[in-house]
Design a protein around this ligand. Structure first.
Ligand code: FAD
Length: 292
């Protein structure tokens, strides 16, 4: 199918972009177009105006310093994935991005576009929650920052107002002793996850001292696993995984069923994925080599 008729603008400044977005209730930001354009072709989305942000000055920065990795709204997923500096500061970024679609999609798709789109099966929103990332948002009232944890409200639904633009995101540098991993089960390489886990483990002498655990592809949004975060404390490579498995299973009580898998499958697979991941990370004793 072809999209419904729409207007298009390509502003050069964030002020112009914000004004264009505020000019219509159904205007939308166009970033890489890898999710928006297919949804327009299927007429799931029918924006009256596309505000293309690729030429907006100041949104193409990829900066790495001791605080972490700051990624502007027009920075592609490939650019971040290929940056060795970004990998050494926040290894989870490359670990998540290798699962995102295929090369051609990552070459156009943006990190911030994925965070804004909020597909419940997407890797980056879950990673952003596990890693404690903060988004910078520009709207008619000015600029604000928002923690990724708390930003995701439901399927394709965030705390972003229609007239707001994510101008960038900052992933804090991974602390010494922390290992951030992303793993998933998908039908084929490059497909969205059927079940996924983003996790930041704090290791102490080969045991897990604490963790931020976030599922994706399981329920209607990326979700912190509160019971599993308690159960994983003290976990080590030789520990029985039953308690941890059971906690993740309970956390995933609202797992959804669809044509790819039942809710019950997702609950069981999440528990297994978590135990497997916690074992591998504990066995690596804080070394990055064992981290997936
Ligand atoms: C075949 C295929 C496979 C894919 N597989 C995966 C996968 O496995 N995992 C995965 O996570 N993704 C996958 N994707 C999606 C891909 O990662 C997209 O690039 C991403 O979800 C959206 O990024 P984008 O820059 O293309 O955004 P766009 O498609 O341009 O926009 C998506 C939505 O976000 C809004 N938006 C974009 N940027 C901003 C911003 N800065 N501020 C406010 N709103 C904004 C748009 O208005 C729109 O509503 C796949 C896509 C395809 C086509």
């Amino acid at each position: 199918m072809k999209p419904a008729a729409f207007d298009y603008c390509r502003p050069a400044s964030i002020d112009e972009a914000a004004a264009a977005l505020a000019s219509s209730d159904s205007a939308k930001v166009l970033a890489g177009g890898q999710s928006l354009v297919p949804s327009m072709n299927f007429r799931i989305s029918q924006p009256s105006l596309l505000v293309d942000i690729r030429d907006v000055e100041g949104l193409d920065g990829l900066e790495v310093d001791q605080d972490g990795v700051s990624i502007g709204a027009s920075v592609t997923q490939s650019r971040v994935m290929n940056s060795d500096e970004a990998y050494s500061a926040v290894p989870g970024l490359r670990r998540a991005l290798r699962f995102v679609g295929h090369l051609q999609i990552r070459n156009r798709g943006t990190v911030c576009g994925s965070l804004a789109h909020a597909d419940p099966a997407a890797e980056l929103p879950a990673l952003a929650m596990a890693a404690g990332a903060r988004l910078t948002v520009r709207g008619p009232q000015g600029e604000r920052t928002a923690a990724a944890d708390g930003f995701y409200l439901g399927p394709y639904w965030t705390g972003l107002e229609q007239s707001e633009i994510i101008t960038g995101v900052c992933f804090p540098a991974e602390a010494p002793g922390t290992v951030t991993v992303v793993d998933e089960i998908a039908r084929r390489s490059g497909d969205f996850a059927v079940v996924g886990l983003a996790a930041a483990f704090d290791l102490e002498d080969g045991s897990v001292g604490g963790a931020r655990l976030v599922s994706f592809g399981v329920s209607g949004r990326p979700q912190r696993l509160a019971a599993a975060e308690e159960a994983v404390r003290g976990f080590h490579a030789g520990a029985a995984g039953d308690g941890l498995y059971g906690a993740a299973y309970e956390d995933a009580a609202d797992a959804v069923g669809d044509i790819h898998a039942s809710g019950e499958y997702r609950r069981e697979a999440l528990g297994s994925l978590l135990v497997r991941t916690a074992r591998a990370v504990s066995a690596s004793n804080g070394g990055k080599a064992g981290a997936r």
